[in-house]
Design a protein around this ligand. Sequence first.
Ligand code: UD1
Ligand code: MG
Length: 452
Amino acid sequence: MSDLITVILAAGKGTRMKSKLPKVLHKVAGKSMVQHVLDAAKDAGATRNIVVTGFGSDMVRASINAECVEQKEQLGTGHAVMQAESLLKGEDATVMVLCGDTPLLTGELLKSFYESHKRVGCVATVLTAIVPDPTGYGRVIRKPDETFMKIVEDKDADENERHVKEVNSGIYCFNAKALFSALKEVKNDNAQGEYYLPDVLEILGNKGEKISAFSTRQYELTLGINSRAQLAEAEKILRKRKNEELMESGVTLMDPASTFIDADVKIGKDTVIYPFTWIEGNTVIGEDCELGPNIRLQNVKIGNGVTGQFTYAHDAVIDDNVILGQFVHIRPDSHLSENVKIGNFVEVKNSNIGKDTKLPHLSYIGDSDIGDDVNMGCGTITVNYDGKEKFRTKVGNHAFVGCNSNLIAPVEVADNAYIGAGSTITDAVPENALALGRARQVNIHNWKDKRK
Ligand code: UD1
Ligand code: MG
């Protein structure tokens, strides 16, 4: 059983983002940066996650499902970690410190880092890497025998130290007790007047504790986002990663470069995604679907064998073998049952559509419960709004609604009923009846001659 608890530093403002939103709440691949870090921590086996908030604390707290602690003044990374102490009293755990602005992290990297820390058995391990340009980072200073000595911040480094290319990623594993006792000894007599977390490593080392440095080749996974340009770079990397993962699992992406799939989307085998397609949020798609071109799906649950093109669907459920499109809008709280066909220029809102039912062309179906095997003729409109309130329309199984009909809600059309084309239906239609709600046609003979 893992003894891993994470402390995620997310108090900073992120000045370079030039944003009202705290930096860690900016989204990459449909998910906030701090949520990406939390998900990686969970994948690595973390049993608790504590987020240190500061700038925009309430917003951060409201957006995540994790324990939070506020750092009222940002006095440095060491001071930030200290805020979590009260939540970790008596815990004899491994504390992994992470930053909330590193959305490229993977559970895999964090897990191998944690496992190495446990295997070596030191009180602290720092994740490091060799980078071509170490400017701005803390440098890793090693003893003559190559073992870890300390970290020196860029602003405090001397000429020789500045040339060191091995840097601190800002990710560490600590024994909880050793961490919090050493933090009490950290001072702020440095170039930035801050309490530096990396100083804990030197303090512990001076006490004779063994400290190790775990150097990774995948340094790009630990990169922090500081600007909108870096945010866009991260977006590109995460989308590519998601596309590759899906193709690897048996999904065809006809043109990955024009396909935008959020990190948490799930897609079944042998589904084919055509170009210019956006699949967002918690969307789940089954097997053997053909979706796109030009589809946008947000939080939609889609069964197997669904085909669709030129469609926008959000917060809806679409069952097996439904056909959608083109130019279709499926709005929230709609449920399309098996084999439903939604054709050209149709909008469905807050409605249940029964299996085998057809809405082939030019309809608005809102606040409705439509039965199984119903044919809604071209141009059928549910008139659901009287300017003040919304009302429901109910249509029974096997009903046939003629073209260009208005169903004025609240109204019920029973099973097997027929509605003549062009009807405006205001009253209930009984089972097996034919309802005609239109003016009778009048022919005026020789009208053309009389007009002269
Ligand atoms: C830190 C490390 C540096 C390392 C680098 C890697 C220190 C002193 N230095 O430097 O060795 O190479 O990360 O990116 O730790 N934060 C708080 N509260 C604070 C200060 C910071 O929550 O009081 C958070 C920030 O929001 C950020 C993270 O801690 O998410 C790191 O802080 P930052 O100021 O970016 O540290 P660096 O100067 O980059
Ligand atoms: Mg930084």
